[in-house]
Write a protein that binds this ligand. Structure first.
Ligand SMILES: *[C@@H]1O[C@H](CO)[C@@H](O)[C@H](O)[C@H]1NC(C)=O
Ligand SMILES: *[C@@H]1O[C@H](CO)[C@@H](O)[C@H](O)[C@H]1NC(C)=O
Ligand SMILES: *[C@@H]1O[C@H](CO)[C@@H](O)[C@H](O)[C@H]1NC(C)=O
Ligand SMILES: *[C@@H]1O[C@H](CO)[C@@H](O)[C@H](O)[C@H]1NC(C)=O
Ligand SMILES: *[C@@H]1O[C@H](CO)[C@@H](O)[C@H](O)[C@H]1NC(C)=O
Ligand SMILES: *[C@@H]1O[C@H](CO)[C@@H](O)[C@H](O)[C@H]1NC(C)=O
Length: 331
């Protein structure tokens, strides 16, 4: 009986999803990801619990500048409200953007919060994974993919890579029951994969593609955003991911360079954090459109849209451009 009920739900979800059909021009979502290269869009913090209208405005504005995809960052309130993820996805649909909802698996916010006894993966993070899964099943159209965690290996959110993998498996099973094929990954640093004390093999094999967090700003030898060492560091991490992925698609879901050191301190004494350095890194990426991103079929998304991740945005908190930013979406 339960399996029949699930089947019926799956058929229903299939009907709903075709009603809100999205143009996956290359066939499937994974083909779409495989075909993407150049600048794709932005990382968008939802810490401020923006309303659906505010998000629609932001997404429409970034779309008017060429963005096509947005990935969420952090969480609203306790992060376990299905209705809030519905709002995020519907805002993307209204703006005709793809969205990658990210289930925030660090029990607490990235900054400005201290751990309490209740701030554990099981109490705080798992309900967020379940909420994202449910909202995606309710409104699958604009959802290009789902991220299970932001740097979950670097922070060892789940206790082990295989514990995290079990949530990826469960999410996929629930998508499948709902008649959906939605790529799942984790948004992670090369260093997160490399430094994990657990066995990463099963987790890596569970992922449909690799979402990459790439921050040459944190390198021990970082200088200015546009310096040759920045690109060398970028390439070294990407080569690692090519090996890990074994032919599966790559997408740089988070990259950027800050205009100040306020939110995340660097590791190099020679680093330059300024608007000029931030712009230079943006232009460096755009400048490698033909010879790298198109050649390798890799898209890049900038952290962050707004300066609510302090210093990392392309627009100020009041919406003013930090510089005249522009990047090619094809080349
Ligand atoms: C994806 O679709 C676009 C637009 O239809 C097309 O130009 C491109 O060649 C396709 N890419 C792949 C990998 O199929
Ligand atoms: C976290 O703890 C530190 C050190 O005890 C304290 O200075 C800070 O105010 C606390 N932050 C919050 C948001 O409670
Ligand atoms: C942890 O959660 C329990 C149950 O909701 C609550 O009674 C308790 O006050 C919480 N403890 C802290 C430190 O927040
Ligand atoms: C998948 O569905 C099952 C059955 O309803 C539920 O127990 C499980 O928590 C769900 N997993 C996720 C990741 O949503
Ligand atoms: C890691 O897990 C894989 C798959 O379960 C296994 O084949 C491999 O031997 C493990 N590696 C180590 C170093 O334990
Ligand atoms: C927006 O904020 C920036 C930085 O605080 C400031 O320089 C600029 O004047 C503000 N613009 C408007 C229109 O308020």
């Amino acid at each position: 009986m339960p399996s029949l009920a699930l089947l019926a739900l799956g058929l229903l979800a299939g009907i709903v999803s075709s009603a809100s059909a999205y143009p996956y021009r290359n066939g499937s979502r994974l083909d779409q990801i495989r075909s993407m290269y150049a600048w794709e869009g932005f990382v968008y913090s939802i810490t401020a619990c923006q309303s659906q209208e505010e998000m629609t405005r932001d997404f429409t504005r970034m779309k008017s500048r060429g963005a096509r995809t947005v990935i969420t960052f952090d969480f609203c309130e306790d992060g376990a409200d299905v209705g809030y993820y519905d709002d995020v996805i519907l805002a993307a649909e209204r703006a005709e953007m793809f969205v990658i909802p990210l289930a925030w698996t660090l029990p607490i916010h990235v900054i400005n919060q201290n751990y309490t006894a209740n701030d554990t993966f099981l109490i705080k993070s798992v309900p967020r994974i379940l909420a994202v899964t449910e909202a995606v099943i309710r409104n699958p159209g604009p959802v290009l993919a789902v991220a299970v965690g932001d740097e979950p290996l670097y922070d060892n959110d789940a206790g082990s890579p295989s514990a995290l993998a079990s949530y990826v498996t469960s999410m996929r099973a629930n998508f499948t029951s709902a008649g959906l094929t939605i790529p799942i990954s984790i948004s992670e640093l090369a260093y997160g994969w490399q430094s994990s004390s657990g066995n990463i093999t099963d987790l890596a094999s569970q992922l449909d593609f690799f979402m990459i967090n790439e921050f040459p700003y944190f390198a021990q030898n970082a200088e200015a955003g546009g310096d040759p060492s920045t690109w060398t560091n970028f390439l070294a991490d990407l080569e690692y991911f090519e090996g890990l992925a074994g032919g599966r698609p790559l997408l740089v879901t988070q990259t950027g360079w800050p205009s100040n050191e306020d939110e995340f301190a660097p590791n190099s004494p020679a680093v330059v954090a300024s608007v000029a350095s931030e712009k230079a890194y943006w232009d460096l990426l755009d400048g490698h459109c033909e010879d790298y991103f198109k050649l390798k079929n890799i898209g890049w998304m900038w952290r962050s849209y707004r300066d609510d991740i302090e210093g990392w945005g392309v627009v100020e908190l009041n919406g003013t451009d930090k510089w005249e930013w522009e990047a090619r979406v094809r080349c």
